[in-house]
Design a protein around this ligand. Structure first.
Ligand code: NDP
Length: 341
């Protein structure tokens, strides 16, 4: 089968030549296993850290010469597990390749992924891990309350477009977002439940928050860290809550350069205002998944939320999709679609 391999670890910013599409044999199908043809593959910011050798992660790092992996949705072509017959749609962790042999026990969604309920891409986005991340962050990590003013960074991305819409449906009074560029900011207000949005490249976020939320914010859903986290710490009201979800602005380079240590010094705000900052990894919260799927599928069916994906075609363009995501080339969930082969 064709796979995307890491050729070498990037030196500085990753380049297309750090990746290559190669042919690899598939192992024979064992008892309890499935042969899955991948239809959609998830492109995730966390892959950036996994390209490095030094980064400590909650999952393994990639190895030069070996295939990448990641979340994917595929259809079972052959099965040696009676409970998961051919034709079943499953999600699993062996993306970045056309076909995969995997244990049926390592799949998720068998029998639940219904293209009649929501299109297949949505099952990797709004109804998948990124939608779930937004849901966990809002409901469990910051325990969103009706009346809250909520600020979300990377608001036009997969987690951000979900978080804005969920916050609104969960009773937030005001939802604010930041994104790169005026077009994304306009879309946030038009389509994704935001009351107002600011372009973090055009204006210091501290100024934008002072303008958009002069009375302060109650909740910050942090996807980027750095300057935006520092700005949010200033805007938070006493007793405010922060969900530390990711740090898009902190990839690569010297992590304790002058600007970054200045941002960290803003943590005195957390002391002064008795803030709660809580980091989380979504996979620790799987107990919430049935509730999440039921509620979000309901909102989708009622037409109360919008699922948005940016879809790139072909395995040979998958590495480019990752580089594009890191540079903000996506609106909503970034996916790679594999053709029928
Ligand atoms: P997105 O779809 O949000 O894509 C990443 C976005 O980050 C880009 O579109 C870009 O948008 C923005 N970005 C890139 N560089 C910067 C920068 N320097 N400053 C500000 N924004 C930047 O990705 P996901 O929705 O998949 O992930 C969002 C966040 O959630 C990530 O930090 C990810 O690591 C985290 N995450 C955490 C999980 C957890 O369990 N804790 C699970 C899943 C995701 P723009 O054009 O606006 O710059």
């Amino acid at each position: 089968t064709r796979v995307v391999c890491l050729v070498r670890r990037p030196v500085g910013e990753p380049l297309p030549t750090d990746f290559a599409v190669e042919e690899r044999p598939l192992p024979p199908l064992g008892e309890g296993q499935l042969l899955v043809r991948n239809l959609y593959m998830s492109v995730d910011p966390s892959m950036r850290g996994r390209l490095e050798s030094t980064e400590k992660h909650y999952t393994h790092n990639f190895t030069p010469g070996a295939p990448l992996d990641g979340r994917a949705l595929g259809v079972v072509e052959e099965s040696r597990c009676a409970a998961v017959p051919p034709g079943t749609y499953v999600r699993h962790q062996l993306g970045w390749r056309e076909r995969a042999v995997l244990d049926a026990a390592d799949t998720d969604g068998a029998g639940r992924i219904d293209p009649g309920l929501a299109p297949l891409p949505t099952w990797l986005g709004l109804l998948g891990q990124t939608g779930f991340t937004a849901y966990v962050g809002l409901t469990r990590i910051v325990e969103l309350r009706p009346g809250d003013t909520v600020f979300v960074s990377a608001a036009a991305g997969a987690v951000g477009t979900a978080a804005g819409q969920f916050a609104r449906l969960l009773g937030a009074e005001r939802v604010l977002g930041t994104a790169g560029g005026p077009d994304k900011c306009a879309l946030l207000v038009k389509e994704f439940g935001y009351d107002a949005a600011a372009d973090y490249r055009a204006e210091p976020v501290r100024d934008a928050l002072a303008r958009l939320a002069p009375d302060g914010i109650d909740v910050y859903f942090d996807n980027v860290g750095g300057e935006q986290l520092a700005a949010a710490l200033h805007a938070l009201r006493t007793g405010g809550r922060v969900a530390l979800c990711g740090m898009m602005s902190q990839f690569g380079g010297d992590r304790l350069s002058g600007q970054r240590s200045a941002d960290i010094n803003q943590l005195i705000q957390a002391v002064l205002k008795r803030l709660t900052l809580r980091g989380f990894i979504v996979r620790d919260h799987d107990d919430l998944r049935p509730e999440f799927e039921r509620r979000v599928a309901g909102w989708l069916a009622e037409g109360r939320i919008t699922a948005r994906e940016t879809v790139v075609d072909g395995l040979e363009n998958a590495a480019g999709a990752l580089l594009s995501l890191l540079g903000g080339g996506n609106i909503g969930k970034m996916l790679v679609r594999l053709d029928d082969s």
